[in-house]
Ligand binder design. Structure first.
Ligand code: ATP
Length: 310
């Protein structure tokens, strides 16, 4: 659905996006993670043809962008950095105008289409107030509603839950999962690890313009091959497991053995009490931190090598 090769954007000396090879497949909920300023918005804007790349290739739905924008973009719903809207008109009137712009004078079904997307995103269909009175969260919902008007095959969303309260975040997450179940591929950028962890099937991580991770969520959060034990008899357990012990923090021990049942058996048969035992799993935060620091070391190495050569 989205493929890029060597995608690069330079602003003067700044490489905002640096040789990014994205691979988003049909049916994915793809989380595009990165700290503030890592290049997410610039990438999203290039995908949609809003910013021209300095180098590299982009394919959206199998066609080259921005060359095929006229045929591709009608099949893509997008929400980038706060939607534009006429401030004095209501959300419904704004959506009707947008629908008219997309479909010309064909009005058939417009009222129903607009009502349906308003309902989908949880706005009040009877609200006649101008959009200028909307909160950031309501604007975000309106932006999402306009992205949904064309029933897109692919949704590209830049920080879709920006400005929403926890209840709003939950509702939008449920809506996106529902859309995905009905066949929409979703690409969303976020700086929130927890959001991506709860929503996404695949993840890409951007660090200072470079894609440092791209993999299935299941593979990233898989078992590490170690066991985590919680025991009230930590001191004795530490003595018993010394050779295999990775760390001990209060009642929590990490043991360099993937066979949790065997670790449990050793402890229990020595008369120690076990409160919890199971395989250690990486979380997304650990994956991101590890990949980013590895990338930094690699870049420092390049700089060092440059110094040596010069
Ligand atoms: P945020 O989450 O804060 O929006 P981001 O990951 O979306 O961050 P970008 O907005 O893509 O990051 O910015 C990446 C880098 O490119 C930053 O260093 C930013 O200052 C720079 N940048 C972005 N747009 C421009 C521009 N028009 N001119 C110059 N530099 C820019």
């Amino acid at each position: 659905m989205i493929r890029t090769q060597g995608l690069t954007k330079r602003y003067g000396a700044v490489r905002a996006v640096d040789s990014v090879d994205l691979d988003v497949r049909e049916g994915d909920v793809f989380g595009f993670l990165g700290a503030n300023g890592s290049g997410k918005t610039t990438t999203v804007r290039m995908l949609l043809g809003l910013v021209l790349a300095t180098g590299g290739e982009i394919e959206l739905l199998g066609d080259p962008m921005p060359k095929a924008a006229m045929t591709v973009l009608p099949q893509v719903g997008a929400l980038v950095e706060g939607p534009a809207a006429y401030p004095h008109l209501s959300g419904r009137a704004n959506l009707s105008l947008l629908d008219a712009a997309g479909r010309g004078t064909r009005t058939r079904g417009r009222r129903a289409r607009v009502a349906s997307v308003i309902e989908q995103v949880g706005l009040d269909p009877g609200d006649r107030r101008g959009v200028r009175t909307y909160s950031l969260g309501m604007r975000q919902r309106l932006g999402l509603a306009s992205a949904l008007l064309r029933r897109p095959r692919l949704l590209i969303l830049d920080e879709p839950t920006n400005g929403l309260d926890p209840q709003g975040i939950h509702e939008i997450r449920e809506l996106l999962l529902e859309l995905n179940r009905a066949g929409t591929t979703i690409f969303l950028s976020s700086h929130l690890l927890s959001e991506v962890e709860q929503l996404c099937t695949r993840v890409g991580v951007l660090d200072r313009g470079r894609l440092v991770v791209q993999d299935d969520m299941a593979a990233l959060s898989g078992p590490t091959g170690r066991t985590v034990v919680r025991t009230p008899d930590a001191a004795q357990a530490v003595r018993l497991l010394t050779a295999q012990l990775v760390s001990a923090d209060g009642d929590r021990l990490v043991v360099d053995d993937g066979d949790s049942a065997a670790v449990n058996h050793r402890l229990v048969s020595s008369g120690l009490r076990v409160r919890e035992v199971g395989p250690e799993r990486r979380d997304l935060e650990q994956v991101v931190l590890a990949a980013s620091s590895q990338e930094r070391r690699a870049q420092d190495h390049v700089v060092d090598a440059g110094v040596v050569r010069s």
